[in-house]
Ligand binder design. Structure first.
Ligand SMILES: Cc1cc2ncn([C@H]3O[C@H](COP(=O)(O)O)[C@@H](O)[C@H]3O)c2cc1C
Ligand SMILES: O=C(O)c1cccnc1
Length: 351
């Protein structure tokens, strides 16, 4: 096994006593018991993450889009050419992507971190530059072990920066042409699933593209199988700098007691690896939505997470998580702001 002990501190669970307090408070609010359904569980979860009941409204929900280039994208596994990654990074920075429009509605702000280049803006930290493009995982390793460690550390540092900057809810997003291929490999390898049952259409590959992609996933899984129990080695053979950075980001959010809304296939692949690397981290995550990608459902089942939404989305960028964010804000608002039966002078139920 690769030694990862020094990289991340241990994760504590959300505060169970506060969760209990939240459930008691739910029972005192002016509504039939249990009538807000999952909003009640979600509100209690946020309170237990914040360690306070009533919970506070989110003041700085932050989306960090991790961008990276994937060598396998040169081999016909995507419907779009690899240069779209850098073009979309510029588009997200300019505010023109789906995630920008959706984040504005949800009251979140968006940062994009390109793992492949020295960023030209406020993320211009040269140690974030891990690698221009990952290796083509069907025939070579995605990264070296040092690059995996550098990317994990970069994701960790980005989570720290965001939380130190006041972020009280984090969302990871992805941008990288070809990235549904490594994401599918990671999930299928960890859940021991046949490629045909895991591979989806990504950006919309045609039947011939799906067959090329499935063959690439099969070949990559053959290379991944011997290291499936070793998360760092698995990111080396089958990941990418963006996926490894997301993994570090998701773990560090949990270490820093900050709730996370997971997005679709790509972020959930990183979450599966993070789950193997850090005991208890998944208690700090909620699943925003179920993407149409079959491997996403495999990942959610493995993590035992029930998504908040099914909108037939298959975009990435953090978009599905951002669409789910107002549900979480609603869970907080009802728990924090509703009157109690006593305060409002409303009669409680008959015995
Ligand atoms: C214009 C455009 C915007 C996107 N935003 C997210 N993705 C998503 O699609 C890509 C993954 O699918 P595949 O593995 O099939 O390439 C990633 O870039 C992902 O972020 C996009 C893709 C495109 C083309
Ligand atoms: O579910 C996702 O994250 C996804 C699906 C298709 C393309 N990119 C991302």
């Amino acid at each position: 096994m690769t030694d990862t002990a020094p990289l991340f501190d241990p994760v504590d669970p959300p505060d169970a006593a506060v969760a209990r307090q939240a459930r008691e408070r739910q029972a005192s609010l002016t509504k039939p018991a249990g009538s807000l359904g999952r909003l009640e569980t979600l509100g209690a979860w946020v309170a237990s993450c914040q360690g306070v009941c009533p919970p506070r409204p989110f003041e700085r929900a932050r989306v960090v889009v991790f961008a990276g280039d994937h060598g396998v994208a040169r081999h016909g596994v995507s419907a779009y050419p690899p240069e779209v990654t850098a073009q979309m990074v510029a588009n997200i920075r300019a505010g023109g992507a789906a995630v920008n429009a959706l984040a504005a509605v949800a009251g979140a702000t968006v940062r994009v971190v390109d793992m492949a280049v020295d960023a030209d803006t406020d993320d211009a930290v040269s140690d974030r530059k891990v690698r221009r493009s990952s290796g083509s995982i069907d025939r070579e390793d995605a990264l070296t072990e040092d690059e995996v460690r550098a990317a994990l550390a970069a994701g960790k540092a980005i989570a720290d920066e965001e939380i130190d900057g006041g972020a009280d809810l984090l969302i990871a997003g992805d941008m990288g042409i070809g990235n549904t291929t490594p994401a599918t490999v990671l999930i299928a390898a960890i859940t021991t699933t046949e490629p045909v049952a895991a591979v989806g259409r990504g950006t919309g590959v045609d039947d011939a593209g799906w067959m090329r992609k499935t063959a690439a996933v099969r070949d990559a899984m053959r290379r991944a199988r011997p290291v499936v129990k070793d998360p760092v080695a698995l990111l080396r053979t089958s990941g990418g700098a963006d996926l490894a950075a997301m993994t570090g980001f998701l773990i560090q959010a949990a270490v820093r007691r900050t709730p996370v809304v997971l997005d679709g296939l790509v972020v959930s692949a990183a979450a599966l690896v993070a789950h193997d690397l850090s005991v208890g981290a998944s208690a700090w995550w909620v699943a925003g939505h179920r993407s149409t990608e079959p491997a996403h459902s495999l990942a959610l089942a493995h993590l035992r997470l029930e998504p908040l939404l099914e909108m037939s989305m298959r975009l990435g960028e953090g978009s599905g998580a951002v669409v789910a964010l107002p549900i979480l804000s609603g869970a907080v608002a009802t728990l924090a702001e509703m009157a109690t039966f006593d305060d409002a002078g409303v009669s409680t139920r008959d015995a």
